[in-house]
Design a protein around this ligand. Structure first.
Ligand code: 4FD
Length: 236
């Protein structure tokens, strides 16, 4: 079972996410385990301070290294060979999350997700205690909590048994390079628009070819790099 530890100053943000829907079911069925850790529990001062003003000046606040490193080491152990699983910081500076990365993470026994807040994190905490940085995309959010939820949901649906239909995860991410063509359900006609005739033809081979072609068109537009080079050129 994949165990995910989350370090955050807003554990309450995760409550509904972890109890409802696909992720909630995966946890209840013990296909994954998620433990929340409140960063403030690792402060030692009277005001439970987790941030401070930046050296060198500038706007906003920076996360202090001491509570963060204490929390990470308490949850995952000190950085090095003895550590349990990998410690991942969600940050705009991280390597971009994609389906391949999710599939790798889904094979692990343990991961620890660190959610930053404020304008950044003291670099020494990252160097001393974090194993890798992951970004969910090139935009800035107020905290790593939503990115952590994105990662948890993306990983969960790749764990065998989490999706109702065990074929679904494989089909959408690998057979289609992650991108799918259009989908339809009833009614057969909606506001004058009919479902494509081929999908109702019963010719399963023809349907598969049609779907593969629609998916290929979308991949050509969105991720041309995923399609094999059709030029026939070879490396010399
Ligand atoms: N694109 C992402 C992750 C976190 C975040 C934060 C350093 C800011 C976007 C560490 C700076 C965390 C992302 C919190 N914004 N904001 O994955």
């Amino acid at each position: 079972m994949l165990r995910i530890d989350v370090i955050t100053i807003f554990p309450g943000l995760f409550e509904a996410f972890l109890s409802e829907s696909l992720v909630g079911n995966a946890i209840r069925e013990e296909l994954i385990g998620v433990a929340l850790h409140d960063l403030r529990e690792f402060t030692t001062d009277r005001h439970r301070k987790v941030d401070d003003t930046p050296y060198g000046g500038g706007p906003g606040m920076v996360m202090k290294p001491d509570p963060l490193v204490a929390a990470i080491e308490a949850v995952a152990g000190p950085k090095g060979p003895e550590r349990e699983g990998r410690v991942i910081l969600l940050s705009p500076q991280g390597d971009r999350l994609d389906q391949v990365r999710l599939a790798e993470l889904a094979t692990k026994e343990r991961i620890t997700l660190v959610c930053g807040r404020y304008e950044g994190i003291d670099q020494r905490a990252i160097d001393l205690a974090v194993d890798e940085e992951i970004s969910i995309g090139d935009y800035v959010l107020s905290g790593g909590e939503v990115p952590a939820m994105v990662l948890i949901e993306g990983v969960s649906r790749l764990i065998p048994g989490v999706l109702g239909n065990p074929e679904s995860a494989e089909k959408d991410s690998f057979q289609r390079n992650g991108l799918e063509g259009p989908q339809y359900t009833r009614p057969q006609e909606f506001r004058g628009e009919a479902v494509p005739e081929i999908l109702r033809s019963g010719d399963h081979a023809a349907i598969e070819r049609w779907r593969a072609e629609r998916a290929r068109e979308i991949t050509r537009r969105r991720r041309p790099d995923l399609l094999r080079d059709p030029s026939g050129k070879e490396e010399s």
